[in-house]
Design a protein around this ligand. Structure first.
Ligand SMILES: NC(=O)c1ccc[n+]([C@@H]2O[C@H](COP(=O)([O-])OP(=O)(O)OC[C@H]3O[C@@H](n4cnc5c(N)ncnc54)[C@H](OP(=O)(O)O)[C@@H]3O)[C@@H](O)[C@H]2O)c1
Length: 334
């Protein structure tokens, strides 16, 4: 089968199309023919991990060290990228009970990655669910990572209908799902923050208001929020405090040691609190997300698709800051 393989870290040019062995499912595994896999934050990060210093990494030093040990310091140990996918079940291990041959599915591999390939084996109990009936493979492939993270992060706070939420980083992998879930599932009023090219995209996701961070610092505005979700941890709590309502929470999806101390300090001494949140991933969450998609509460916007052989161009397009929505690698005409 064909797969995109990396044997060294670096620019998009390290993504090479190669012929590799087709995987065979073990007893409790499923063989999936991949139709689509998006280019995510994790894919571009891991592809160029050698150049990522602890300072450039958005999480504490120990997370950086773990990532380097897991993915490889000098050269990649995980040679196939791609943590999300949508496709069709081609074969089943002999003990698989939950799925059938021909089922259309979407799923999340996390740091195991490997979806930049024609086929992939997933454990039956992995983060896998039937593909939403009202989405194409391309649209469905772009859901699992961002939607699972967003759902878990939103569940960490007691968000009620009518409350005001600001999402700093509303146009990437996670932010669009925080915007949509906060609005359509929890009934909140949402403001999204992103850069100029993606303002319309974030508005199309249902944000009541959008703020361009290249023109305006949201902490200078008069508007106050019950919850601020900061995806890259770009805001400083000293400034964010004045933008939070009494008892407001600033939930950091990316954070360093400093913010962990702020979480401790504010938990003891402040009515406005910092929460450094970690998200898990469960198959049940993806099944729930599929249901929300099918009742029209979540959508994905596809900006551009690239065939597998052009994975390097797909990465370049994302890194040059062009994307307005999702960029997806496709493997099959259908
Ligand atoms: N806590 C957890 O459990 C968990 C789980 C997964 C990932 N993460 C973390 O989440 C982060 C990746 O999130 P993602 O996949 O959504 O990333 P992404 O796809 O790269 O999106 C980044 C977002 O941040 C915006 N942004 C960039 N610079 C900004 C600035 N100066 N001010 C405000 N917004 C800015 C971008 O807007 P423009 O594109 O318009 O510039 C975009 O909306 C990583 O740091 C990762 O470690 C945490």
């Amino acid at each position: 089968m064909k797969a995109i393989v990396i044997t060294k870290y670096g620019s998009p040019d390290v993504l090479q199309l190669k012929e590799v062995e087709k995987p065979v499912p073990k007893d409790k595994e499923i063989l999936i023919k991949i139709h689509a896999t998006p280019v995510s934050f994790g894919d571009t990060l891991v592809r160029n991990l050698k150049a990522v210093s602890p300072k450039k990494f958005h999480m504490p030093f120990l997370f950086w060290l773990f990532a380097k040990l897991y993915f490889g310091f000098g050269k990649p140990k995980i040679t196939r990228l791609g943590s999300e996918f949508a496709g069709e079940i081609e074969a089943l291990g002999r003990d698989v009970k939950k799925f059938r041959k021909g089922d259309r599915v979407f799923g999340y591999r996390g740091q195991s990655m490997g979806a930049y390939a024609e086929y992939l084996c997933m454990p039956e109990n992995g983060v896998l669910a039937p593909k939403p009936a009202n989405m194409t493979f391309e649209q469905a492939a772009a859901v699992p990572y961002g939607a699972i993270m967003a759902l878990n992060l939103l569940r960490k706070v007691d968000l009620r209908p009518g409350q005001r939420v600001l999402v700093n980083g509303a146009s990437g992998g996670i932010g669009p799902f925080v915007v949509q879930l906060a609005k359509s599932h929890f009934g909140a009023k949402v403001t999204g923050v992103c850069s100029t090219p993606r303002l319309e995209y974030v508005k199309s996701l249902g944000a009541e208001k959008v703020i361009d961070y290249t023109q305006e610092d949201f902490t200078d505005g008069a508007e106050t929020y019950d919850f601020i979700f900061d995806i890259l941890g770009k805001s400083s709590f000293a400034r964010v405090k004045r933008t939070l309502k009494p008892n407001g929470r600033c939930l950091l999806v990316s954070f360093k040691m400093k913010q962990l101390w702020q979480m401790l300090w504010t938990s003891l001494f402040s009515s406005k609190k910092v929460i450094c949140a970690l998200s898990g991933e469960k198959a049940e969450d993806l099944v729930f997300i599929k249901e929300l998609i099918e009742v029209g509460k979540i959508k994905t916007v596809i900006d551009k698709c690239f065939p597998l052989a052009q994975a390097a161009e797909a990465h370049r397009y994302v890194e040059q800051g062009h994307k307005k929505g999702n960029v997806v690698i496709t493997l099959e005409e259908h």
